[in-house]
Write a protein that binds this ligand. Structure first.
Ligand SMILES: Nc1ncnc2c1ncn2[C@@H]1O[C@H](COP(=O)(O)OP(=O)(O)OP(=O)(O)O)[C@@H](O)[C@H]1O
Length: 243
C-alpha cells in the first residue's frame, strides 16, 4: 500500500489584499517531497508578501495555505506566534541581533521570548554546526558580516524548525558574501533536515541553489491585471444580459 505523505508546503486560490493597496493573486502550488522552494520574480510581484503569509505575519484575504500539516487560516492570535516559533526559522538581516549582548546571550533570546527554558544542549549543537564556538562571548556589535550571517542563521535554527524562510538573503551582499550565505543555507538545510524557502529576484542566486539542492522553482506572476481584466469582462457580460 502506498502512503501518501502530506506536502510540506501547498497553497490554493491564495490572495492577499493590502488595505487600500495592491490585490495579489498567487498561482496554486504544491511542493514536491524532499524539495526546497525558490520563489523568483521581479520587484513588486509579491515575493515578500508570500513569505509573510507563510510566516503567519500576514493573513490571507482568501484561499488556503498549508505549511507542515497546518492550515494557517485556522490559527488565531497567540496560536500563530506559537506555531511560528516552533515550526519556522526566519532568516532576515532585518531581524537585528541585540548589539550589546554577546553571541550566546543573543542565542538564548528565542527561548526566553517564548517563555521556554533555555536549551543549552541545542544551542551548543547549533553553535558547533555553524563554527561559532570561538565567538560565543563576542558582542554582536563586534561581529563582521560573515560572522553576523552565521549567528542570524544559528538563531533561526535554534528551536529545530521544519521550515527556514529566507527573504532575499543575498540582497545587499557582495558576490563573496552572497556565495557564503547560499552555502550556509544549503548546509543548514542538509544538516538540520529543514525545508528551505528562499525568495530572490536574482537569476544567478536561482542557479546557485539549483546546483546545490533539489529545488522547485516557483516564478511569481503578477495576476492582478488578469483577475481585474476577467472581472471587468464578466461585468460587461452580465451588464449585457437582458434584465
Ligand atoms: N503594506 C503594504 N500596503 C500596501 N501595499 C503594499 C504593502 N506592502 C507591499 N505592498 C504592495 O504589494 C505589492 C507586492 O509587494 P512585495 O513587497 O510583496 O513584492 P516583492 O516581490 O517582494 O518586491 P521587492 O522585491 O521589491 O521587495 C507591491 O505592489 C507593493 O507595493
Amino acid at each position: 500500500m502506498t502512503v501518501l505523505s502530506e506536502p510540506m508546503i501547498a497553497w490554493h486560490s491564495l490572495r492577499h489584499a493590502y488595505p487600500g493597496g495592491a490585490l495579489l493573486y498567487f498561482d496554486d502550488f504544491v511542493l514536491a517531497p524532499r524539495h526546497h522552494l525558490l520563489v523568483h520574480g521581479p520587484s513588486g510581484v509579491g515575493k515578500s508578501t508570500l513569505l509573510n503569509l507563510m510566516a503567519g505575519l500576514l493573513r490571507p484575504s482568501d484561499g488556503q495555505l498549508r505549511l507542515a500539516g497546518v492550515e494557517l487560516g485556522q490559527l488565531q492570535g497567540a496560536a500563530v506566534d506559537r506555531w511560528r516559533g516552533s515550526q519556522l526559522g526566519l532568516v532576515s538581516q532585518r531581524l537585528h541581533l541585540s548589539p550589546s549582548l554577546n553571541v550566546l546571550e543573543n542565542l538564548r533570546l528565542p527561548f526566553l521570548a517564548a517563555g521556554l527554558p533555555v536549551d543549552k544542549e541545542r544551542i551548543g549543537l547549533v553553535v558547533t554546526s555553524l563554527g561559532l564556538e570561538g565567538l560565543a562571548k563576542r558582542r554582536a556589535a563586534q561581529l563582521n558580516q560573515g560572522q553576523l550571517q552565521r549567528v542570524i542563521l544559528a538563531r533561526a535554527l535554534l528551536r529545530g524548525p521544519r521550515i527556514l524562510l529566507a527573504d532575499e538573503p543575498t540582497a545587499n551582499l557582495d558576490e563573496e558574501a552572497s556565495e557564503r550565505m547560499i552555502g550556509l543555507l544549503c548546509q543548514a538545510a542538509s544538516e538540520h533536515h529543514v525545508t528551505l524557502v528562499v525568495t530572490t529576484h536574482d537569476a544567478r542566486v536561482v542557479q546557485r541553489f539549483q546546483a546545490l539542492l533539489p529545488v522547485q522553482l516557483h516564478r511569481l506572476r503578477n495576476l492582478g491585471w488578469l483577475a481585474s481584466g476577467l472581472t471587468a469582462g464578466l461585468s460587461t457580460v452580465l451588464g449585457g444580459q437582458p434584465g
